[in-house]
Design a protein. Sequence first.
Length: 370
Amino acid sequence: MELPRSMEDDFLYWKYHPSGKFTVKTGYYFLTKRQRAEHLDLSLEEHSFVKLIWKLKILPKWKIFLWKLFHDRIVVKRNLAKRGIQVEETCVFCGEDEEDSQHLFRLCNLAKEVWENGSLAICSDSTGFDSLREWIQYYILLFYSEDGKYGTRSTKFIATLWGLWKMRNARSFNGANGGIDLALEFVNLAMREQETFCQNIRESMENRDNSREDSYPPPPGFNSVQLGKDRSGFDDFIVGVDGSWDKRTTRAGIGWVAMGGNNENEVSEGGKYGVATSALHCEAWACLEAMKWAKEKGRQGILILLDSIMLINNLHDQSGKDILISWIAKEIREVGALFQWCTILKVQRDQIQRADEIARKCRTSLSNYM
Ligand SMILES: [Zn+2]
């Protein structure tokens, strides 16, 4: 920005739009850009740590909680204040220090007591850690490397963080008093909830007569969405789908492929061509057509694999996030509700290569493939 030649009053300026005025679109751009930058900030070690968290057999809400802690997005008072929300910033436990996440989960006297008196007997204010993120990473990796993936110490560690958070909320919002005993009770409660969760996983795997652990899709809320009548299980009729879209001509092609274990005489793939308003719209169309196709074949359930996290995010929200695909998203939900199980799962691109080939072919040759 150039400097004024004469005395001018200061004014607010939004640097992500040429006019200097804030617009929602540029605001969104700024936020996603910042997110991307933060994402790139993660070192290789941190990346593998995030992957490890993903693999742990823990409550889905704990994964989100850890993810938030890791990025310091948890709504402690300090973070609210950073967002410009006026709050009184003192810690609800000790009433002395400022409530930031490092203090609340690690350095506050109550937190220290909880860690020391819990079965892990951790001295939480030991030096050598710059951030809460580093500290959490250290312990989870330590327990994981020593106990393996079925060890309970890493679970207990996460349950303690969760218990502290529950305790903090009980104090802030429900006026709960209690000290260390109540906090430890919250930790125990968390452990019981986790045990029930593991028990349910075991049972549903046994019921489905499917002991292959890696065939179990990730918990809802991450990269999958459940649209069928039964929200807990998933079907083994697996269909990969993909869309191919040309921005210049708006021509679109879609493809779907049933994967594995089908009758050889049965047609197990298909594709169509048409127009779409965006790549996301094209992806949504591919998903919808594959669902209709499975329905016509008399299938009770379907597990759709696709590579668009955006579509999954849109389907999570009942009202839809992206207005441009809200109609087709509504239709996907409606058709999905006709199935007993309808799961849509985000996978890596190479897992749906065949569907991608079909989509491309349909788009460029302007022909349907049935
Ligand atoms: Zn405190």
